[in-house]
Design a protein around this ligand. Structure first.
Ligand code: SF4
Ligand code: SF4
Length: 249
């Protein structure tokens, strides 16, 4: 049987051509077009700055590009909507949103998983979120109910906001109260990840991970390699997360 020809090397031409064709079945035209424009701008800037296509592909695969671009969108939304920050109930020590009732705590990228691991592995053996609530994130400090990896917390934690902490508490106990949700840039983040995976197909693997499993493994003292292996999602999880998100809005 003839062997498969080796994949052609990554080039900016290849990445741009794939980006122009890529679609995200879960999201509509507007969301896809916005993410496509953000990534096109990123590729143009990276090429102009003299970055190699291989390095750019690595950064895309780690999820770091999607996160940086989504952070910029978050900053734009926040600057344009003073009411958003004025009206939210989120405060230090309020941690009902750090209780994982179902699922695996949310989807994080490799860059986020490694950042969390670096922040949490030094705390191995100390009381974790489980000492406060059986379903709390292991990254939580059970005494202060603050995140012990605050600067490294992933996009899902940064995106989640609420105007009503009592509603969050009710939901943490299995309720269905209104008042909480994700900031608008979270859909851009997911779209950026989905498009990044499409344009890297066959060249790099954009993997995703479970926040819950990664935090548990890191605080249990696992190495970064072992924690990533424990927390790694099946490839379909990104698509399912995009579909769930689209259904929820
Ligand atoms: S999202 Fe809800 S539980 Fe989390 S900090 Fe804000 S008000 Fe508190
Ligand atoms: S990483 Fe931090 S902010 Fe995110 S769920 Fe865990 S304790 Fe809460």
């Amino acid at each position: 049987m003839p062997s498969k020809p080796p994949a052609a090397p990554v080039s900016f031409r290849l990445l741009n051509a794939r980006l122009a064709r890529a679609t995200i079945p879960a999201f509509g035209y507007g969301v896809t077009a916005r993410a496509r424009a953000l990534l096109a701008g990123y590729l143009a800037r990276a090429e102009q700055a003299g970055q190699t296509p291989e390095a750019v592909a690595d950064t895309l695969a780690s999820g770091a590009t999607a996160r940086a671009l989504a952070d910029e969108v978050t900053a734009e939304i926040t600057a344009a909507s003073p009411a958003l920050t004025r009206d939210i109930a989120c405060r230090s020590g309020c941690a009902w949103c750090c209780i994982f009732l179902e699922g695996d705590g949310g989807l994080i990228t490799e860059a986020e998983a490694l950042g969390l691991h670096a922040a949490l592995s030094a705390l191995a053996g100390q009381p974790d979120g489980g000492s406060w609530h059986p379903n709390a994130c292991a990254a939580l400090d059970p005494a202060t109910r603050n995140c012990r990896a605050y600067d490294a917390r992933p996009m899902i934690c940064r995106s989640f906001i609420s105007t009503d902490a009592d509603a969050c508490r009710e939901n943490a106990e299995g309720g269905d109260a209104e008042g909480s949700g994700t900031i608008g840039s979270h859909i851009d983040y997911l779209a950026l990840l989905a498009l990044s995976r499409e344009i890297l197909r066959g060249r790099r693997n954009l993997a995703t991970y479970s926040l819950d499993r990664l935090a548990c493994a890191a605080t249990a003292g696992a190495t970064a390699e072992a924690a990533l292996a424990t927390a790694r999602h099946a490839p379909r999880e990104l698509r399912l997360t995009c579909e769930d998100f689209a259904d929820s809005i």
